[in-house]
Design a protein around this ligand. Sequence first.
Ligand code: ATP
Length: 261
Amino acid sequence: MTMIEDTKTGKPVKRDYSHNANIAATAPAFLSVWNIEAYYGESYIVQDVSFNVHEGEILALLGRNGAGKTTTLRAIARTDDPTLHGGEIWLDHQPLHLMRSHEASVQGIQLVPEDRRIIPGLTVEENLKLAQIAPPIGWSLDRLYELFPRLGERRTQEGVTLSGGEQQMLSIARALARDIKVLLLDEPYEGLAPVIVDEIEKMLNIIKEQGITTVIVEQNAVRALMLADRAVILDTGIVVFDGTAKEVLDDEALRAEYLAI
Ligand code: ATP
């Protein structure tokens, strides 16, 4: 367990990253998030957060409501909000911190946001084709329909009329329609019945087998930990744990303190 506590107060303190200082300059992981500081306007939300994601793994980014998980994902995807005031983000030797979101997307980062953003007025297939309007193009429609047969069956149906689970599948499929290296998933299981979560979990494992790296933010921490190889836990904008998913599942006190499970 790698949680660090203040010896006087017993409260968690920022992790000591001295062992991997200069992480970006020396041996960067596939995706390195290094001392990032992200703001919404004047609000300092993500405060010096660092973690590595290895190629081909699934990392669960966990923490209570308001811990800064979505903000961290959005910072990695280089959305306009939040703004990055410090730190570096490297993907496969490319400096994402110097890029705008469309440039980060070309480098292979795709964010699947919590609200799924299916485009109204377009069919399932048109939503997918729109993602392929410009390079880099990823999976073919046939390959996407093979992974998500329900989308194939509903290819001519308007995307926003799909069930919640199907809309989540469409949102993930649309990310794979681009040539991606890292899938950033924000609350993919939200509002879905356990049986649909099972289905999406199977698909995420298949996507992993295809070599794609995934970062998943999820309130359903147990399900995310069952899927993930490693976990990073945030609390009020700082990293309080960085280790294996199994360590978190096995540590009742840690789960109770930071995940309320
Ligand atoms: P949740 O599970 O509730 O979404 P989270 O860990 O993803 O939690 P964030 O959404 O990153 O947390 O929010 C972190 C903090 O940033 C919260 O205090 C939130 O109120 C604040 N925040 C989020 N979005 C904005 C915004 N657009 N403008 C200002 N503050 C924001």
